[in-house]
Design a binder for this molecule. Structure first.
Ligand code: ZN
Ligand code: ZN
Length: 190
């Protein structure tokens, strides 16, 4: 039975509210329509401000939403705040949620089979690919774990934040190395 576009879009929104993010691949399978149709649905939902499109799928827009997601951080067990959401998708289809880039980047040390890694841009609130993002480490802005790690979509934004709040701006790989080394030295001192 053919579904009306608005019925399908409501269904996509319902899934997103529950799952926070969804891939086009999964939607094609669940709704039995073409990827082109899914793209059109996601475009309409994005234009209406309900969702944001990311590479290969969509995430729920954080506009007007409560401060926490339904997920717990896999590393520290804290409720994942919407502002600093960090999501690791493994190639096996597992979805790992972290409370902030601090826990997220640390969790990456345990996962070599990552497919996509998404983090929320601290300034604009949209999900960005963590691999292309910049991280402000050790700033005075402590919203989640210590040391504070904030994600920015561009180096320019991260540098601007650093001018006001201190810390050091690192790219994805440098931030991962920094955190794992610091973690190791803490363990060594104990
Ligand atoms: Zn955590
Ligand atoms: Zn955290």
């Amino acid at each position: 039975m053919p579904q009306l576009p608005n019925v399908r879009q409501e269904q996509i929104l319902a899934w997103l509210r529950h799952e926070q993010q969804i891939t086009i691949e999964v939607l094609v399978e669940r709704l039995a329509v073409s990827a082109m149709t899914i793209h059109r649905d996601l475009d309409s939902l994005a234009q209406a401000g309900h969702i944001e499109k990311v590479r290969g799928g969509a995430v729920l827009s954080n506009r007007g939403m409560p401060g926490e997601t339904a997920h717990q951080c896999v590393l520290c067990a804290m409720r994942v705040p919407l502002r600093t959401t960090f999501i690791i998708n493994t190639t096996a289809g597992q979805q790992i949620h972290a409370c902030c880039p601090h826990c997220g980047l640390m969790l990456l040390e345990q996962h070599t089979d990552t497919d996509t890694v998404l983090a929320r841009d601290f300034l604009y609130g949209r999900m960005v690919n963590a691999g292309d993002a910049f991280f402000l480490v050790d700033s005075e802005v402590a919203v989640c774990c210590t040391p504070s790690v904030l994600c920015f979509g561009t180096e320019q934004d991260a540098q601007r934040f650093r001018q006001g709040f201190g810390g050091v701006v690192l790219d994805y790989h440098a931030a991962r190395t920094h955190l794992s080394q610091r973690h190791r030295s803490v363990l060594g001192n104990n």
